[in-house]
Write a protein that binds this ligand. Sequence first.
Ligand code: OGA
Ligand code: MN
Length: 288
Amino acid sequence: MLNIKKVSVVQDGNNVCADIVGFDFNAYDKDDIAEVRKYWLQYGVLRFKNAAITDEQHIAFSRHFGEFVIHPKQLQEGGHPVHKEILVIANTMKDGKPTGAMGNSEATWHTDTWFYEKPPAGAILHAVEVPPEGGDTYFLSTYLAYETLPDDLLKAVDGRQIFFQRVYDKTGKLRLGKSVPRSEDFREWEGVVHPLVRTHADTERKSLYLGGTIEGAWIVGMPLNESNELLARLWKHTTEGGPVFVQKWDRGDIMMWDNRCTMHRRDSFDPGFTRIMHRTTTSGERPI
Ligand code: OGA
Ligand code: MN
């Protein structure tokens, strides 16, 4: 018999996401995983339509892509009652308390936990229950963002590092375990420094690393007003200029992204609907 590969991909017209076709979560071998890994590195964002896996399958599959990372929200409202590996993103409540992270709110463009020294390499997000409308998730490629920079911006980012404070989250809430800083200048707060242009550990391609917000970010060594101006231009270029893939969820869909070369955001949705997502996160290296 001919050895025909089970797994194949269909890329979207935008060059951002690829659909994995033919992957069977009930029966796969290491060659199938190697195929998925190859496409994950090649495309950055993968989708499995209608996979409808169990949590156990989700965890077992994720394990092939690295060590698990406990997301900070898993220690808070996003913890799963049974599986410590799973982050619950949901707007559900029990006894007056949220039983998932993020509620129904919008999430603006970000890469996950950019304020970590070693931000995660990947995330695998499974739609357990979705609203009839709203809550779409958008993806872009930060490889493309880098590769399409105009010459002056390309020069401006060359060799630069970016500082991110990690005391407050984007909504202005203190992060877990942090206390109100003494200084008014966020550059003196606890934070992390990453290269503004990072080189992917596996593909060795360069991408732009903007984290999750301009506020609380600083291009090290640059006067703050100049840094803000440059960051505003980089954000505009990245989030408004290039191709974006929009995931309109069906229950059972899985999105799997490489957090080292992509950004994502999601729309808010009507709080009258229920949206439950289960996510695993795998560990990454220190950006270089
Ligand atoms: C995430 C995230 C998007 C969504 O899981 O990191 O940003 O669609 N969620 O809920
Ligand atoms: Mn995210």
